[in-house]
Design a protein around this ligand. Structure first.
Ligand SMILES: [Cu+2]
Length: 76
């Protein structure tokens, strides 16, 4: 679904490449077909290919992080 809106969240406690890998593999494992891109500098994580933002945030939280859902269009 190319036009499916992306999910975006700010994860302030995502602080290194290990965090990025942990979050990416957890989300992609829980939502087959989802693609995660993470930017360490802004702590922003964008997920495409998944539709339930709350469920994605719950997966990230289950890994011990603190996701805050934001508007995928850019506002935070
Ligand atoms: Cu880390």
């Amino acid at each position: 679904m190319p036009n499916e809106p992306a999910i975006a969240m700010i994860v302030e406690d995502m602080t290194c490449g290990h965090c990025v890998r942990t979050i990416t593999s957890a989300v992609e494992g829980a939502f087959p077909g989802a693609r995660v891109s993470a930017d360490l500098a802004t702590h922003r994580v964008t997920i495409s290919g998944a539709s339930d933002a709350r469920a994605v945030a719950d997966v990230v939280a289950a890994e011990g992080y603190t996701p805050v859902l934001v508007d995928a269009a850019g506002a935070r």
